[in-house]
Ligand binder design. Sequence first.
Ligand code: NAG
Ligand code: NAG
Ligand code: NAG
Ligand code: NAG
Ligand code: NAG
Length: 441
Amino acid sequence: MKHFSVFLSIIFVFYFLFTTTPSVHGRKFHSGCKKHHKGYGHSCNSTTIFNIMSFGAKASGVSDDSKKLVNTWKAACKVSEGVLQIPLGHTFMIKPITLQGPCMGHLIFQIDGTLLAPPKIGSWSKSNRYQWINFKWVHNLTIQGSGTIDGQGYNWWTPIKSKHISNIKPTAMRFYASEDINVRDITIKNSPQVHLKFDDSRGVKVDNITILAPENTPNTDGIHLQNTRDVEILHSNIGTGDDCVSIQTGCSNVHIHHINCGPGHGISIGGLGKDKSIACVSDILIENSIIENTLYGARIKTWQGGVGVVKNVTFSNIQVEDVNFPIVINQYYCDKTLCRNQTDSIAIKGVKFDRIVGTYSTQPIHLTCSDNVPCTDIDLSYIQLKPSRGPLRGSQLQQSLCLNSYGTSSGPLVPYSINYCLRKGGDESTLQISGSSNELC
Ligand SMILES: *[C@@H]1O[C@H](CO)[C@@H](O)[C@H](O)[C@H]1NC(C)=O
Ligand SMILES: *[C@@H]1O[C@H](CO)[C@@H](O)[C@H](O)[C@H]1NC(C)=O
Ligand SMILES: *[C@@H]1O[C@H](CO)[C@@H](O)[C@H](O)[C@H]1NC(C)=O
Ligand SMILES: *[C@@H]1O[C@H](CO)[C@@H](O)[C@H](O)[C@H]1NC(C)=O
Ligand SMILES: *[C@@H]1O[C@H](CO)[C@@H](O)[C@H](O)[C@H]1NC(C)=O
């Protein structure tokens, strides 16, 4: 009891201090702009800093600072130029939270310290294991700083034995139905599953970030895009156990460049069309990047039975080093042992692989398109792929394969057999493509 009252007086002193100190957590805003619009003046344009420490965060790295972060967010969200600060040299343990918008104006989330996810699976509520830090309906946000978002995924990576726990594993940072989002400079690591996900969003720029997870971790994609358009991802280093960037259905106008990818599964579009679903992906440009020590390089994968189309995709000037399968289109994607072939398949057309140069360790080109819906307008130009010198990871070198793939190849091509890989022609009217469903997109 005695301890409790001491605790209360400490809280009181802190409360008193912070509500009378005119420097941090919004005082500047209140004194400067209170006159306008009942305290939330649109005309107030000065930056106001909201430091999580001023909202009572313990920063012990163990005690739960989630509510403090949510409160700091709410305060910063109410001003037109708020800066939410996670200070350098401090670590905050944060449980799954939703940071909701829209906010008053441009918000800067300045992360210089570390945000830690709860390490034990048991500390996640059973009903919310979809994501850790969830941004929802946010417009015009910049996340920046030298700090780290650490998903502490170790306990999730080993197969979950209990039947009572579902297979759902959290994404570290998710943006849902958000717009004009800029993520730069930070490090995101060791997510239980996907590291950074955007869905139903528009206007995304990811610049100069680092994403890291051990090579052998399951489904730890770097960046996952779904139903998201107008995206630029640049100057970033991504190395995880799965795709560096994964582009799912509903994405268009995506530009990825100057990425270092690896280890992991390369940069992929798909898997699309699972369970006979519709998928539409278009206008994707991936260029000037390095993919090193990965299972795949530039890849498109679709399930049998899906409908829709993938079109206008360019992979250009990609340096690959020690990649098992640098160039892949797989219309028979299946993560089970056997999937039946179907009549329908997502159409794939207008895909260019240009200046893919470096070393491979299994098969330089692997294009397996479906019988009913072949891939058309495929362009292979200036492909220079030599076997890597490293150990062959238990597999033999294989010849290039282009099944049901139509298009043209040009420029010097190494190995020379690539010249004969694609089939000439491929005019859709003459191919009598069935089961394709362009008009759905
Ligand atoms: C802030 O407001 C003042 C006065 O309304 C204006 O002169 C100034 O240009 C504004 N600054 C910014 C960065 O918008
Ligand atoms: C973001 O907010 C700032 C400040 O309120 C504004 O000037 C800018 O136009 C906004 N940007 C977008 C893309 O909405
Ligand atoms: C990239 O991010 C790092 C780490 O936060 C930072 O030190 C560096 O200045 C950033 N580079 C650029 C060009 O912004
Ligand atoms: C193909 O996509 C690129 C962006 O990656 C875009 O600039 C170009 O206009 C698109 N081409 C067509 C024919 O739509
Ligand atoms: C599906 O079709 C492809 C191409 O004809 C064939 O190679 C493959 O063996 C078939 N798969 C199954 C499971 O029937």
